[in-house]
Design a protein around this ligand. Sequence first.
Ligand code: ZN
Length: 144
Amino acid sequence: MNIKLTCLSCGQANRIPQDRLRAKPKCGTCGAPLVGAAPVEISLDVLKKAERMDDLPLIVDFWAAWCGPCRMMAPEFAKAAQALQGVARFAKLDTEAFPAAGGRYGIRGIPLLIAFRGGREIGRRTGVTPAQEIADWVGASAGK
Ligand code: ZN
């Protein structure tokens, strides 16, 4: 079975066999890894495409450089990304660089995590969250 994944670097839609998820698949257009072990910094345009079509859960950390709790949570988010490589993809969106995200996603506070899959939001949570709790929450959201 093929699954759809948006390249988090260039926004290109890719189709890859599900059993190749762990074989380090690369984007057919720009060559960036499609399934990495670390969160990828993304633009709002790329997020709009990925949230619409990705078959793998996409977990987005909405953050800003001025936000102390966001900086505290960054290493926890990275740990969760590594633990769930191939299960979910992790991205970060800088809410200062992309202020339009605030209205689009109804952001009232950061850090905010939103999980997307198959064109819909499958979960969200705010506040500093330890890696294990992020992983548990992603597992519970992905089961919905
Ligand atoms: Zn690409």
